[in-house]
Design a protein around this ligand. Structure first.
Ligand code: ATP
Length: 679
């Protein structure tokens, strides 16, 4: 993207605490009294080393080595030494040399704004006290300085108006817990925009880059407005008011149903949307009738390639003298009996994993497979890591992990596994008997997992990696330490649950709506199994949806004990799941959250006064009743019988946020929500 000439007329971030204005070159960064302090002699030398490269023409004429604190732009503070270095519009036209400023351990503010520095930014990870970094308006190039990710005190970062390029490092959205301002505009960054959700964030600008894909739906980012994302033609989503067109999904070719036997044409007609653009379809009908010849051939070739690779791998493994693990003959462990941790491979009672047949010889794999796929398989010993994230454990480590069974859900058994005694993950082992044949077809499974694995949002439990071989399929998720919303609301059997506090309800409702809106807009996916046991609480008690979009795995759309969340249109007719089915389930969840009661069956909904039902058991003190009933109104809109008249997840999110805002400001005037379906 070519940044507009005017882009730098935008206000730049103030150099907080520095007292320096943009138009006042190298003005001292702190009150004069601070300048009386002295920096350790070594700091003067480091500064001199920096300037030797950054200011090759000695434009600044710094009397550095001896008395750096006396120079304009340098502030020192007692034992901390140099705390502020503000060299703005100082004519620096060289490079930022490594091992120079990174030695200023007490540095809190570094501003090199509006110079002509070029080349990469060196490793700054030693600046553990840095709170503000301003490098705007230079010619820095290379990737986003990855070393910044370890500077957890950083609050303001301005890299705008440079020549940085490439994708932002994975996990960068969580690197700065106190982030207040981030400017990356007018660079050449590409890839997806991370889901920053720090409540402290007041300014974010990623405009005029080459970012693409959906703008994540988070409360903080939604506040920024479209301008913050302008000039990235590939961005889409509600925030930039551009529809995300074309689904990256490649599911069962020609099949438009989701766990349904409904013919595709009927399903598509019912919603007016083509089968490739909606939901995660599953199929119980014989695939042979549905798959076109060409696709069948492609699949056959791919399968042959996979088999060939497995064969080559097996030979390689055998010649390397790798030991196969003995398959265990123990029966499936019962969830109750398996409280004590044992090795995951033993818990799983499966020989296929033990074969580790697909520990591929990279060269052999490359001969048989497309380069990209071979690279991925080669990287992780057949564990595929999602969203381009680095391999952080191997299949072997996973198999060695101590594990306990947490439960058996609709698609398989869930284990909590501890890898090498430190990393805790959740492993979902899919049950071949419960998965539809189409979903378990290798190529389809991988493609779907690839798509689902790309979902990254603070309110979604991320799928980190997956594995498949023969009949075996594993999904690895982050462990969420604080239990499920179901346990929180209903308690254990011994302790009767009661409705959660109003502010918790509001926060959880917003979190879940954010995650859901993201799923719907990001890839036009459908969650397919919204319920309180699939809402887990993260380390900060943030609510996160899990089992995202796994409904495509199910052989049939039948859901036994969770029927209450099922939208009426999916009850009998087996119509495929749509975003509006998710909205229905969300409405039921909202009523469950407010009332503290079990989810309401559709058959009794119509005859129930939802306001009385949801609010009668609540004992809120000092809470405006009006707000409570506004949330019930939102839930009522979600559970309307006709899918068309339900709001979208995005509209639901906006309404919840309105209530939350009104609650925070004590505002009574704007109490009316627009609950019409096309609001
Ligand atoms: N990422 C996770 N972190 C912590 N606990 C988890 C995680 N994922 C699942 N669990 C817990 O494991 C248990 C079993 O989950 P599982 O998904 O197998 O069953 P379910 O949610 O009851 O059914 P379904 O498959 O229909 O979603 C649940 O109690 C759930 O709270």
């Amino acid at each position: 993207a070519v940044p507009p000439a005017a882009s730098h007329s935008q206000p730049t971030l103030p150099t907080k605490g520095a007292g320096a204005s943009h138009s006042q070159p190298t003005k001292p960064a702190a009150p004069p009294s601070a300048a009386l302090a002295t920096a350790p002699p070594a700091e003067g030398a480091l500064l001199a080393a920096f300037l030797a490269k950054a200011d090759p023409t000695a434009h600044l004429r710094f009397p550095l080595a001896a008395t750096p604190c006396a120079h304009p732009g340098v502030t020192c503070s007692g034992a901390a030494g140099i705390t502020h270095l503000v060299l703005e519009q100082a004519g620096l036209n060289g490079t930022f040399a490594p091992d120079t400023l990174s030695g200023l351990a007490g540095l809190r503010v570094l501003s090199l704004k509006s110079n002509a520095l070029h080349g990469p930014v060196p490793d700054l990870s030693a600046l553990g006290n840095l709170k503000a970094l301003f490098l705007a308006g230079n010619r820095f190039s290379g990737p986003f300085p990855a070393s910044l990710a370890s500077l957890r005190r950083l609050r303001s970062i301005d890299l705008s108006g440079n020549r940085f390029s490439g994708a932002l490092p994975p996990g960068i959205e969580a690197a700065f817990p106190h982030l207040t301002a981030l400017r990356l505009d007018s660079n050449h960054f590409n890839g997806s925009v991370p889901a920053w959700n720090q409540s402290s964030l007041k300014l974010l600008n990623v405009s005029y880059n080459d970012f693409s894909g959906p703008v994540p739906v988070t409360a903080s980012m939604a506040l920024m407005g479209a301008d913050a994302f302008a000039g990235n033609p590939g961005l889409c989503g509600e925030v930039v008011r551009r529809e995300c067109s074309g689904s990256p999904l490649v599911f069962f070719p020609g099949d438009g149903s989701s766990g349904s036997a409904t013919p595709p044409a009927q399903s598509a007609g019912a919603t007016g949307v083509g089968p490739q653009r909606q939901g995660l379809p599953g199929s119980s009908a014989p695939r042979a009738h549905k798959v076109k010849k060409k696709t069948a051939m492609t699949v056959a070739i791919a399968l042959a390639a996979v088999l060939a690779v497995l064969l080559v791998c097996a030979i390689v493994a055998a010649t390397r003298g790798k030991k196969r693990r003995r398959p265990s003959t123990a029966a499936y462990p019962s969830p109750k009996k398996s409280a004590a941790a044992s090795q995951l491979s033993r818990e799983m009672d499966n020989s296929d994993i033990g074969y580790v047949e697909c520990v591929p010889d990279e060269e052999a794999a490359a001969m048989m497979m497309p380069e990209e796929k071979a690279r991925r398989l080669g990287r992780s010993g057949c564990l595929t890591f999602c969203a381009g994230e680095a391999t952080s454990y191997s299949l072997e480590q996973l198999m060695r992990a101590s594990a306990e069974v947490l439960g058996r859900g609709s698609v398989g058994t869930t284990y909590k596994a501890v890898l090498d005694g430190r990393l805790v993950v959740i492993v979902k082992r899919l049950d071949a008997a419960k998965i539809g044949p189409a979903a378990s077809e290798a190529e389809t499974f991988e493609q779907n997992m690839d798509v689902i694995g790309r979902l990254r949002h603070p309110n979604l439990v991320p799928l980190r990696s997956f594995f498949q071989a023969k009949e075996e399929r594993l999904l690895v998720y982050d462990y969420q330490p604080n239990g499920s919303l179901h346990s929180l609301i209903h308690g254990s059997r011994s302790s009767r649950g009661k409705p959660l506090h109003w502010t918790s309800c509001l926060k959880i409702a917003e979190d879940v709506a954010q995650g859901l809106a993201y799923i719907h807009q990001a890839s036009r996916l459908v969650h397919g199994n919204i319920k309180s046991s699939n809402v887990l609480l993260g380390s900060d008690f943030e609510a996160c949806l899990t089992d995202n979009c796994l409904s495509f795995l199910l052989e049939s759309a039948e859901v036994k004990d969770d029927a209450a969340y099922r939208a009426p249109e999916n009850m009998k007719s087996n119509r495929r799941l749509t975003p509006k089915s998710d909205v229905y389930a969300f409405g039921i969840l909202l009523l469950e959250l407010l009332s503290g009661k079990a989810p309401l069956e559709h058959s009794v909904l119509a005859a129930t006064n939802l306001q009385t039902y949801a609010l009668s058991g609540r004992e809120d003190e000092g809470v405006d009743r009006e707000r409570l009933s506004m949330i019930v109104d939102i839930a009522s809109a979600c559970v309307r019988s006709s899918p068309e008249s339900r709001p979208t997840a995005w509209q639901v999110l906006k309404m919840i946020q309105e209530v939350k805002e009104a609650d925070a400001t004590g505002d009574n005037e704007d109490g009316d929500l627009d609950l019409t379906s096309d609001s």
